[in-house]
Design a protein around this ligand. Structure first.
Ligand code: HEC
Length: 134
């Protein structure tokens, strides 16, 4: 009789451990889904790597001598640029061309210098980073 009781106890314990393990697995899977969702919405189809490269390129080029993130100096604050233009493919393209050519008119009479020697792909990454600033 004793043996049967011990066996039953072991079987019950095994069931308990098994269902506990399943709950843990379920919990961790739902966590991963949540993380994935946040990444897609916050980066608006631009990868986190590209955004980080864009941020570093701003510092490598002359951009930050005329622009700051949240206050206007010679050029508009990048936060204001991000407010004015939604992060769309058309705006990435339009602003990339504007940074290459330079010029004035959208924020006042002071012109931005032209950037003909900066690779357009680099400028696009910088623009994508700027429009991601909230
Ligand atoms: C000599 C100063 C100066 C430098 C250097 C400069 N900018 Fe500008 N930037 C300006 C000014 C001034 C404006 C506003 C132009 C206007 O009114 O259309 C501007 C506007 C912009 C805009 C908004 C354009 C628009 O049409 O609304 C973006 C984006 C931008 N700059 C990005 C950059 C990037 C990226 C760099 C570096 C590669 C850079 N700027 C370097 C002065 C500068």
């Amino acid at each position: 009789m004793k043996r049967i009781t011990i066996l039953t106890a072991i079987i019950i314990a095994m069931f308990a451990v098994n269902s506990f393990a399943q709950t843990v697995v379920k919990k961790s899977t739902s966590k991963t889904t949540v993380v994935k969702k946040t990444t897609t919405t916050s980066s608006a189809k631009v990868s986190a790597v590209t955004l980080e490269q864009g941020k570093q390129l701003l510092a490598k080029n002359d951009c930050l001598s005329c622009h700051k993130m949240d206050v206007k100096i010679v050029g508009p604050a990048y936060k204001d640029v991000a407010k004015k233009y939604p992060a769309t493919a058309a705006n990435y393209e339009m602003l990339t061309q504007k940074v290459i050519a330079g010029g004035s008119g959208n924020w006042g009479d002071v012109p931005m210098s032209a950037h003909p020697s900066v690779p357009p792909a680099d400028i696009k990454k910088m623009v994508q980073y700027i429009l991601s600033i909230k």
